[in-house]
Write a protein that binds this ligand. Structure first.
Ligand SMILES: [Zn+2]
Length: 131
């Protein structure tokens, strides 16, 4: 199941929204201290203050959690990082074919990078190959 198909732009928007949520949370807390309703400035009733405070705290905590989450997602989306993780730079096939210089048998070699040692399974000849 490929659930996480979020684009980089969406990630940034969510990140900014999370930062804004933290800011609004702090603002709500500040307003609760002054016992007034955010934005309108009307006085809060005594019973509404703890609620206002709770909403502020939840917004701050959730905002911080989401900020970290999206920062991590954006880091993973880094073009350099994604190439390394998915192996997209490794070419269409990880297999390479070589011909044994001793017996002429075709050998299929999986994985590896740079200079590798190949052992022919037919004649046991060792040779080095570049890839
Ligand atoms: Zn051979």
């Amino acid at each position: 199941m490929k659930k996480k198909n979020v684009s980089r732009g969406e990630c940034w928007i969510n990140l900014i929204a999370s930062v804004a949520a933290v800011g609004v949370g702090f603002y709500a807390l500040q307003c609760a201290e002054e016992r007034r309703i955010p934005f309108t400035g009307e006085l809060l009733s005594r019973s509404a203050v703890p609620l206002e405070r709770a909403i502020g705290l939840v917004m701050i905590v959730l905002g911080i959690v989401y900020v970290f989450r999206y920062v991590r997602m954006l880091r993973q989306m880094d073009p350099k990082g994604s190439n390394r993780n998915t192996g997209a730079g490794g070419g269409p096939s990880a297999e390479t074919y070589y011909t044994c210089p001793h017996c002429g048998k075709k050998l299929r070699v999986k994985g590896g990078r740079g200079r590798i040692q190949v052992t022919c399974p037919i004649c046991g000849h060792h040779f080095f190959a570049k890839r």
